[in-house]
Design a binder for this molecule. Sequence first.
Ligand code: PCA
Length: 228
Amino acid sequence: MPPERRALLTGFEAYGGRGDNPSALVAEALDGQVIGGLKVVGRVLPVALAGLAARLERLIARTRPSLVIATGQAPGEPVIRLERIGVNLADFELPDNRGRRVRDRPLVRGAPDALFATLPLRAIHARLVARGIPARLSETAGLYLCNAALFHLLLALKGKVPCGFVHLPSLPAQVARGGGGGRDDDRLPAPSMELGTMTEAVRLVLEVSAGTARPTRRGWRSGTGRSA
Ligand code: PCA
């Protein structure tokens, strides 16, 4: 038997006064499934900057994944959003779940200003759209915890393991409730997407990424790296 290969899939807990987070529900739903030959290890992260990098590094060390997909909620976003880039900056528009609001601060001093996701984003986008799931490539994951997770993961993985971030819309029930925490993003007529559609989207992201990621002598690579 060949050794089991794993994909690490993370979601975030609820934040901003909302009762739930679709990314946590998707990570829990796919935990333990085998997708594209990889056993999915689904984990839910706290929405807190303190300890985030260490937690991600621990998860990588324990899981030794061949693929890492992080996910989070983007209230107000109508489609599946495939993040191209993580930036070395934290500037929170609201406090994290430990009450900490970071302004204008690099995530890691001395690290690069930005790192590119290493997933085959065009192929993923094409597969989602072919399945009838609206999706787009995005050039900013924000300056909050989702961007921080993407940046820390890309820094830790050093391009050796394909890694990227998927932002998910709000759940219909979140929009129906009119949002939480006094934020406008979830108020009607805000967009939403069914949990089943989002789960299928993340499943397809895993499948396409697992299919194109190939081991090379220099480590893992996926099909994005053509230069202009
Ligand atoms: N979304 C937030 C953090 C947690 C989440 O699910 C973000 O976009 O940064």
